[in-house]
Design a protein around this ligand. Structure first.
Ligand SMILES: NC(=O)c1ccc[n+]([C@@H]2O[C@H](COP(=O)([O-])OP(=O)(O)OC[C@H]3O[C@@H](n4cnc5c(N)ncnc54)[C@H](OP(=O)(O)O)[C@@H]3O)[C@@H](O)[C@H]2O)c1
Length: 329
């Protein structure tokens, strides 16, 4: 009999999440039956989407949703041998018994010198999000100028680096001077701390006086309204996220300056990376190729201990992380 530790959503978040909204529970797991496997979590992801999804996809009393890299420790399913690693949407739990339906084996040729935690970050969902936003939604072209916000985060840091690989000018905004230094280190052409610039409009103009062809939007709220005014005519906007609004208790109204959208004939498209799931294997190969060539840095912000899952999650909603936030069990 294996005991699984799990984190439960005891109460739907009201505004910013609180410690008392989560409860650590222990569950007894029965042995895996025919076709089933027993998994042990190695790394768990904390992601901003968990905040809005907690409202629409979870009931009070459910285990928190989430993805993890896990080791197969018992197996009655030949597709998942003991000792292999998988990426699974198992939620916030240390151990899981499942039939393998939703499990994705970590790439068989995963390099030995690359941490498996990157399968939750640069060589996983956030990296794929960056790639699809750039290629499928924005159609970013060599020589264009791209703006990305939350630029030092899991998605944003990949967006900037991929745009540089494509020969573009990249401007990033982030919430601390340490993050700005990190962006410069990654090769961003311009980076600024949106919390300390006197005027966001001036900072955007200074970084690219000629304006922006593409805007990779991760933040939403007032930032977007200002950024949209700095777009060039026929600019494109990929709406990836709106983290600044996730803890709002009342829905925002009218965040976009509609006349600017019309007069500049902008194209704006929301997306979820899962739209291109059929491309994941090929895309992951490209990302890992760039990593091996030294063209990508996949910085991580690792918190140790399953007990710290809520703190790590609340940390990303307060900007504590540089790079991808991951919990190591
Ligand atoms: N569409 C998709 O398929 C998809 C997939 C993955 C992620 N996303 C979205 O992409 C965005 C970035 O996700 P990520 O995984 O890369 O997260 P992340 O950037 O690693 O972490 C979140 C960052 O957002 C910033 N932030 C937090 N609260 C904020 C607020 N109130 N106002 C402004 N900035 C705030 C913080 O950076 P600063 O210190 O710079 O403020 C924080 O470090 C999120 O909106 C997420 O929901 C979408």
């Amino acid at each position: 009999m294996v005991q699984a530790k799990t984190w439960i959503l005891t109460k739907h978040f009201d505004g910013f999440p609180k410690d008392s909204d989560f409860e650590l529970k222990v569950e007894e797991l029965s042995a895996p039956k025919d076709g089933e496997v027993l998994l042990e979590a190695v790394f768990l992801s904390v992601d901003p989407y968990m905040r809005p999804f907690s409202r629409v996809r979870m009931n009070e009393g459910d285990v928190m949703i989430g993805t993890q890299v896990a080791k197969v420790i018992q197996s009655n399913n030949p597709a998942f041998p003991v000792g292999s690693h998988v990426v699974g949407r198992c939620g916030w739990r240390t151990h899981t018994v499942c039939d393998g339906t939703d499990l994705i084996p970590v790439m068989p040729d995963w390099p030995q010198d690359v941490s498996l935690s990157l399968a939750l970050g640069g060589i996983g969902m956030p990296g794929l999000t960056a790639l699809y936003g750039i290629e499928e939604v924005l159609g970013l072209q060599k020589g264009e100028t791209l703006l990305v916000n939350a630029a030092a985060g899991a998605v944003g840091s990949m967006v900037g680096q991929i745009a540089k690989i494509k020969g573009c000018k990249v401007v990033g905004s982030a919430g601390s001077d340490a993050k700005v230094a990190f962006l410069k280190d990654l090769g961003f052409d311009e980076a600024f701390n949106y919390k300390t610039v006197g005027s966001l409009e001036e900072a955007l103009k200074k970084a690219s006086p000629e304006g922006y062809d593409c805007f990779f939007e991760n933040v939403g709220g007032p930032f977007s309204s200002v950024a949209i005014q700095q777009m060039k005519n026929f600019g494109r906007i990929a709406v990836c996220g709106a983290i600044s609004t996730y803890n709002d208790t009342t829905p925002q109204t009218g965040p976009y300056p509609h006349l600017t959208m019309i007069f500049k004939q902008l194209k704006m498209e929301g997306f979820m990376q899962s739209r291109w799931e059929h491309k994941h294997p090929e895309s992951l190969k490209r990302l890992i190729g760039w990593l091996k060539e030294g063209k990508l840095q996949c910085r991580e912000h690792i918190t140790k201990g399953f007990e710290k899952m809520p703190a790590a999650f609340m940390g990303i909603l307060q900007g504590e992380n540089i790079g991808k936030a991951v919990v190591a069990v």
